[in-house]
Design a protein around this ligand. Structure first.
Ligand code: ADP
Ligand code: MG
Length: 716
């Protein structure tokens, strides 16, 4: 049996209890899983510091000495264990807030320890909280010589041929409490490499390894855990990142190829009376050049005989709805139905209203289907769909339910689809004998690297132009204390007849508390603006009440709308010119951008005020500054990716193709990603039938990866 598929519990140092922890906390079930559990950083352990050199500004340090006494202070949650530690040049405190029992039991006075951690200053005294402690002597003694008191070299010495880099592994609090900390994992990986005497087989074909000058797989995994030198570490990282991204791309591109082979597309070759009737008689304004271009791109797809799978990116307010309608009309001209999906009921209803408004007296039947439409109404819609009387169905996720059947569904448009992945899209295809064309629209610009992975199966069209006459929104950052200035701005705009949004954050866990903020804000605003009507919407309201309130604002019956993020996407009230975002620090960048996009939709100068408390952290300050500096959604998306990392970006978790990258980082590894995608495309193009024996290893590996990663498997 392959060592890598061996159960982790049989690895020296694991056993049943730890095996359970490793599986539950880190998903490590086999030796191979442990091999692929890479360190998140490396620490140069070649240097032992003396305590008298230490101050609170240093990064991680390594000390060598003894504990001379223990103290426990505080009670209950404030209980702490303190070990007073000395090396003869001075003393510091080692502190535990958690795992106190374990520490008290496992460490003794007057024993030689290597202590490792980050010194901080607390009450004027230097301390290290939750240090890593080892009985083993250090690689290098303070005198600089090798020092192996028990006769066996430490694992990082054995493998690294004298390397002083120690791996640090992430572990959970729960694991740490049971002593399964980074050091303990390092012992396990060291034990693992004792087992892996034979070189591990290559996981990429030799020709790809050579072409891209990659380190051999065996070298790479050994060096990623126990680097022999900084240079070797870099090569190991490069190799493993390339490989990871390569297989992700190979998976996507192979899926695209299969999809193209398997499914034909409905051919839309007619531009008929629906499209022309609208274009010549109902189009309320000239299309922007960008709108024209993307309509051409979409049209070319739809008459190609292949199924369209296209992503339409266009910043907020760039006019995607109009594009959606016009391509839907092409579908109708070709005897097909179209379906437009929105993420929320409010948006779906708004789309319905917008479309009906734009269509005027054209004989196009547009209907709405959401979860709240029930009974007779629902049955009537089902009927209209099956008979083909309904041309365009607008709705929420309700439209993809299995019992929603169409006469001939030719086009599906998915608007603001962060929550809609590959697997869900694929579900739509069953709705017609030949799968409908699919257009995915988003105003949340996605950084290119992310788009290539999350939506790597889609062709991309971009609306990079706003309708004429729009003035860029002016964004300012103000503190709570600036209330009067904010009111001044509000009064000025209200006097000009404009309307204002005020948005409060709403986080699920504390929904009550936040609603209190919103209620308080609502009352304060009513008091401060007695001559104006103030409306209020939040997610806890009944949909009908919410809609009525939104409608009042849209009709200009209310002047100020106090709300939670329910207005985040898509809501369109062109007369609104001020967006005030309270506790702006609590929002992500893409969310702020979306919210800001609710204003600036008319020809007037619009404003966005980001309100925060005075004390905010560095990252928050940067985030707010990005918003103040630019209104370019793509720029904001890139900055967001940099500041937060891809894991937190909206859409990554929910998307069907979301996966954890183990080593590559989409914020930093764009170049590697490009090369990896090209390499994967080369394989697909040069060996479409998968007959080249050189590539056998690739398909085998891809099958393994798809088996072990649920999300990969979900895409086809
Ligand atoms: P989004 O791309 O954010 O979905 P919308 O489709 O809601 O944007 O359009 C924003 C606003 O711009 C709407 O009021 C719409 O009527 C208007 N609009 C769209 N296209 C044009 C155009 N070519 N010229 C002028 N206004 C336009
Ligand atoms: Mg929209």
């Amino acid at each position: 049996m392959n060592i890598l598929s061996q159960d982790i519990k049989y690895l020296q140092g694991v056993g049943p209890n730890r095996a359970l922890l490793l599986a539950n906390e880190l998903g490590i079930k086999t030796v191979g899983d442990l091999l692929a559990y890479y360190p998140y950083k490396y620490v140069d352990r070649s240097r032992i510091y003396q305590i008298r050199e230490i101050d609170g500004t240093m990064p991680y340090v390594q000390l060598c000495g003894q504990i001379f006494s223990f103290d426990t202070i505080g009670e209950g949650r404030n209980k702490r264990l303190i070990a007073h530690f000395t090396d003869g040049t001075g003393s510091i405190d080692l502190v535990w807030f958690q795992g106190i029992k374990y520490a008290a039991k496992n460490y003794d006075c007057r024993k030689d320890y290597i202590v490792f951690g980050k010194p901080t200053v607390f009450n004027g005294k230097i301390q290290i909280a939750h240090p890593e402690i080892e009985t083993q002597a250090p690689l290098l003694s303070p005198q600089g010589g090798m020092n192996h008191p028990d006769g066996t070299p430490p694992p990082w010495g054995r493998l690294g041929g004298g390397s002083s880099f120690r791996p640090s592994y992430n572990t959970s609090e729960k694991m740490k409490r049971s002593g399964l900390n980074s050091g303990a994992i390092a012992k396990l990986t060291a034990n693992m490499f004792k087992l892996l005497k034979e070189p591990l087989p290559e996981t990429l074909p030799p020709y790809i390894v050579q072409q891209h000058h990659l380190m051999a797989y065996d070298d790479a995994v050994r060096n990623i855990h126990y680097p022999t030198s900084p240079d070797a570490l870099r090569h190991a990282q490069l190799r493993l990142k390339f490989e990871e991204l390569f297989y992700v791309q190979l998976n996507i591109l192979r899926y695209v190829k299969d999809r193209q082979l398997r499914y034909k597309g409905i051919v839309f070759n007619t531009i008929g009376e629906y499209f022309n009737g609208f274009f010549y008689h109902h189009l309320p304004f000239q299309l922007t050049e960008a709108q024209k271009r993307v309509i051409r791109e979409i049209r070319a797809d739809m008459k190609s005989g292949k199924q369209m799978n296209r992503l339409l990116q266009g910043d907020v307010g760039s006019g995607k709805t109009l594009v959606a309608l016009m391509v839907a009309l092409i579908a109708i001209d070709n005897g097909c139905q179209a379906c437009i999906m929105a993420p929320t009921e409010i948006l779906a209803e708004q789309h319905l209203a917008t479309l009906r408004d734009l269509l005027g007296d054209l004989p196009v039947r547009v209907e709405l289907l959401t979860g709240t439409i029930k009974g007779k109404k629902r049955t009537a819609i089902f009927e209209g769909l099956v008979t083909g009387d309904i041309h365009i169905l607008v709705g929420t996720h309700a439209v993809i339910e299995d019992n929603v059947l169409f006469d001939k569904l030719g086009l599906v448009i998915i608007d603001e689809q962060h929550r809609f992945g590959v697997a869900q899209r694929a579900k739509l295809w069953m709705k017609n004998a030949v799968p409908p064309h699919v257009l995915v629209m988003t105003a949340t610009p996605i950084p290119r690297t992310l788009a290539m992975t999350l939506y790597g199966d889609l062709d991309v069209s971009i609306i990079d132009e706003l309708p004429p006459g729009r003035k860029p929104i002016r964004t300012v950052h103000m503190f709570d204390a600036h209330r009067q200035r904010i009111y001044q701005l509000m009064n000025r705009e209200l006097d000009l007849g404009r309307q204002i949004y005020i948005v409060y954050p709403l986080i699920k866990e504390t929904e009550k508390l936040d609603l209190k903020d919103l209620e308080a804000g609502f009352e304060e605003i009513q008091r401060a603006f007695p001559n104006h009507k103030v409306g209020k919407v939040h997610g806890k309201m009944k949909p009908a009440d919410k809609d009525a309130e939104m409608q009042r604002f849209a009709n200009h019956e209310t002047h100020i709308l106090v709300s939670t993020t329910v207005i985040e996407v898509g809501v369109n009230v062109p007369n609104a010119s001020v967006m005030i975002i309270e506790n702006a620090e609590r929002f992500g960048l893409s969310q702020l951008h979306q919210l800001r996009g609710r204003v600036g939709r008319g020809a007037d100068q619009s404003y966005c005020v980001l309100v925060t408390k005075f004390e905010i952290g560095e990252t928050t300050r940067k985030r707010i500054q990005v918003m103040v500096d630019t209104t370019d959604g793509f720029e904001i998306a890139e900055q967001d990716l940099k500041l937060r990392g891809p894991g937190d970006l909206e859409g990554t978790q929910q998307s069907g193709m979301a996966f954890d990258l183990k080593i590559a980082n989409l914020a930093r590894d764009g170049q590697i990603l490009n090369i990896a995608r090209e390499a994967a495309q080369d394989v697909i193009t040069s060996d479409p039938e998968e007959r080249n024996p050189q590539n056998d290893i690739l398909w085998r590996r891809l099958r393994e990866l798809r088996k072990s990663n649920i999300n990969w498997g979900a895409i086809s």
